[in-house]
Each structure stands twice: as structure tokens, then as C-alpha cells.
Design a protein around this ligand. Structure first.
Ligand SMILES: *[C@@H]1O[C@H](CO)[C@@H](O)[C@H](O)[C@H]1NC(C)=O
Ligand SMILES: *[C@@H]1O[C@H](CO)[C@@H](O)[C@H](O)[C@H]1NC(C)=O
Length: 175
């Protein structure tokens, strides 16, 4: 009887550990933020609010500028590499300083591969001139329901005349 009880307890403990186990996923992809369209590449980010106050160090951007985005996410830095999802949301020039920090808010929705149909919600401060920017994960859906974690953004290439950029994104998520 006592032995059976102990076995039951051990079995329950094993289930609890299995249920409590977290898995950490690292995803790397590239985000193509095209503000200025050119032949063959339509704009994927559009300015929907124009700020009034100029910002130091940039002739283009103003405090309060807001862009709505639906950027393709691809496996590699080339825009023609395999599509893995979309980054949908907005960014807002939210700093009056020369750091050009954005408030970035949106969802990374995956449309291919093992995470197809799942999404990750992010909300963070993106100081666009910094080499590495950290993006808090505030939640997710599907495979990433209740996810915690962060992303690291790095510029792969930026054109400060057109404001077009390719960003390398590393997401680290625990579920
Ligand atoms: C992703 O999932 C959708 C919905 O199930 C499906 O229609 C689509 O073909 C899938 N995409 C890929 C690339 O597997
Ligand atoms: C930025 O884009 C402009 C307009 O397409 C182009 O003339 C210029 O060469 C580009 N600059 C760089 C550094 O690629």
C-alpha cells in the first residue's frame, strides 16, 4: 500500500515536472522595411502621421512621425529568400533626442515552417542608430501562447535617404 502510494506520488511529480518544463526557441530571420518604393519592391511601411518638430541629425524624420508596417520576414537577408512571415504593426518616433528612438509595437506572424500560424507580440524601444536593440516579447499565439522572451534587432543594411532597411532579427522565446 505504502509502496503504491509512493509510486503514485513519483508519477504525479514526473507529470508536474513535464508540464512545468519550458522550451526555449531561437528564431533568426530578416525583416524588410521598405519605406520608399522602387521598381519591383513596393513600399511595406507607410507614414500615416507626420510630426511637426524636427529631430537633430536627420533631415527626414520628425518627432511624432508614425508608420504603419506590413513587412515581409524572410529566412535570409535577400528579399527573394524564403518567406517565413510578416511583421505587422506600427512604429512611432517617440524621442526628441538625436537617438531617434522609436516605440515599436506589433506582431510577428509566421506563415511557413514549423511555426506557421503562430505569432509573437512585441512592444519595445528601438533606438534606430544603436547597433543592437532589444525588443521585449509581450505574448504570443499558437505555439507561442504565453511566451516570454526578447528579440535582438540589428541593421543588416540601411539607406538613410530612402529610410529603407533590412533588419536581422533574433528572437529568443520560452514557452
Ligand atoms: C501555413 O498554414 C496555412 C493554414 O493552415 C496553409 O494554408 C499554408 O499552406 C501554410 N503555409 C506553408 C508555407 O506551409
Ligand atoms: C540610397 O537610395 C538612393 C535612392 O534609391 C540611392 O541613390 C543611393 O545610392 C542609396 N544609398 C546607398 C548608400 O545605398
Amino acid at each position: 500500500m505504502a509502496k503504491l502510494g509512493m509510486q503514485l506520488l513519483l508519477a504525479l511529480a514526473a507529470i508536474a515536472i513535464a508540464q512545468g518544463a519550458t522550451t526555449t526557441t531561437h528564431l533568426q530571420f530578416y525583416m524588410h522595411d521598405t519605406v520608399t518604393a522602387s521598381a519591383g519592391s513596393p513600399a511595406t511601411a507607410e507614414r500615416v502621421v507626420r510630426g511637426t518638430a524636427p529631430l537633430p541629425g536627420t533631415p527626414i524624420n520628425r518627432f511624432g512621425d508614425m508608420y504603419i508596417v506590413d513587412d515581409p520576414l524572410t529566412e535570409g537577408p535577400d528579399a527573394t529568400s524564403r518567406a517565413v512571415g510578416r511583421a505587422q504593426g506600427f512604429y512611432l518616433f517617440a524621442s526628441r533626442s538625436a537617438d531617434q528612438a522609436l516605440l515599436l509595437s506589433g506582431n510577428m506572424v509566421f506563415t511557413a515552417g514549423e511555426h506557421n500560424g503562430s505569432s509573437v507580440a512585441v512592444l519595445g524601444r528601438d533606438a534606430i542608430l544603436d547597433e543592437v536593440r532589444e525588443l521585449p516579447v509581450v505574448g504570443g499565439t499558437g505555439a507561442f501562447r504565453d511566451a516570454t522572451g526578447y528579440g535582438l534587432l540589428r541593421a543588416h543594411s540601411v539607406n538613410f535617404t530612402t529610410n529603407n532597411a533590412v533588419l536581422k532579427v533574433d528572437m529568443y522565446m520560452s514557452v
